[in-house]
Ligand binder design. Structure first.
Ligand code: F6P
Length: 322
């Protein structure tokens, strides 16, 4: 592999820039030409591709978002779209790709690498941490820290008014942001899509705590949970009219901001490893980190699995909020 293309795809995640930087600099160090592809697969189809130099990635390691921009591209899920993309890469002689994105982006890479003669390496870039085969994804740590900072602030006002806040965090179908930010902020309860929500149970637990004058003010809900914060607040207000309830949906604030040290570090390590994979002929894998070591998971397997959240996590939540 002599010429590589790098792109970011799907929802942006803090640390994507650090990963781009690592890919560009490691590639150039090893004598490769590196091309930036704008707006994910859309730019590949439109031919928005430009040569990058070491200085193209100066002063970006600390920045959120992605200098390459990103998109969720429907056209890439058609054969015609992928064919166009391939011919644009061929024109420039690009013979390797690094895709920084989530599971949807990996699915695209998997199909593309099976159809065309372009090795693809995935880097897990998503705040959701919903990819099996890696302990971490680029952006998760920053998103969780942002959520924690915000929830701490909400707690101040909740406490001042003796209100109960139902705070909704992102994560798509995954409860990890909710679980981590909820435990770290001492939430009373954490509701996630991986578990059925038992409203009776929640109300009984709240009543019991109020009975012994324990102040209860934060419930964290993952956006993919079956009811969602707004609906839950309606149901709970009907059932507990004496309790003042407010909803706070954190939203896209969780996607922005400077990446944490941890995200910069894993992004740098993963970007470096992606280029190593292309040099060593370890093709069509995504780079993960398991027990602090690099792991290489075939894209074919990556797209089939989802992470599981074990019972022990929920036990911790229950005991620590008692
Ligand atoms: O995958 C990242 C994520 O922020 C999810 O947590 C969320 O469900 C989704 O993207 C929101 O997507 P959009 O920014 O396209 O509305």
């Amino acid at each position: 592999v002599t010429k590589i293309g790098v792109l970011t795809s799907g929802g942006d995640a803090p640390g994507m820039n650090a990963a781009i930087r690592a890919v560009v600099r490691t590639g150039i160090y090893n004598g490769m030409e590196v091309y930036g592809i704008l707006r994910g697969y859309s730019g590949m189809i439109d031919g928005d591709i430009f040569k990058m130099e070491s200085k193209s990635v100066a002063n970006i390691i600390q920045r959120g978002g992605t200098i390459l921009k990103t998109a969720r591209c429907k056209e890439f899920f058609t054969y015609e779209g992928r064919e166009k993309a391939y011919s644009n890469l061929k024109k420039l002689g690009i013979n390797g790709l690094v895709i920084i994105g989530g599971d949807g982006s990996f699915r695209g890479a998997q199909i593309f690498s099976n159809e065309f003669d372009i090795p693809c390496i995935g880097l897990p870039g998503t705040i959701d941490k919903d990819i099996a085969g890696t302990d971490f994804t680029i952006g998760f740590d920053t998103a969780v820290n942002t959520a924690v900072e915000a929830i701490d602030k909400v707690r101040d006002t909740a406490d001042a008014h003796d209100r109960l806040f139902i705070i909704e965090v992102m994560g798509r179908d995954s409860g990890y942001i909710a679980l981590h930010s909820g435990i770290a902020t001492g939430a009373e309860n954490i509701l996630i899509p991986e578990r059925r929500t038992d409203i009776e149970d929640i109300i009984n637990a709240l009543a019991e705590k109020q009975g012994r004058k324990k102040l209860v003010n934060i419930i964290v809900v993952a956006e993919g949970e079956e009811f969602g914060a707004t609906e839950l607040s309606k149901i709970m207000t009907e059932r507990m009219p004496e309790q003042e309830i407010r909803v706070c949906i954190l939203g896209h604030i969780q996607r922005g901001g400077a990446p944490t040290c941890f995200d910069r570090l894993i992004a740098s390590r993963m970007g470096y490893a992606a280029v190593e994979c292309l040099m060593e002929g370890r093709f069509n894998v995504f780079v993960g980190i398991v027990n602090n070591r690099m792991h290489y998971i075939p894209l074919d397997e990556a797209v089939k699995k989802k992470q599981k959240i074990g019972e022990d996590w929920m036990k911790i939540v229950k005991i620590l909020s008692s």
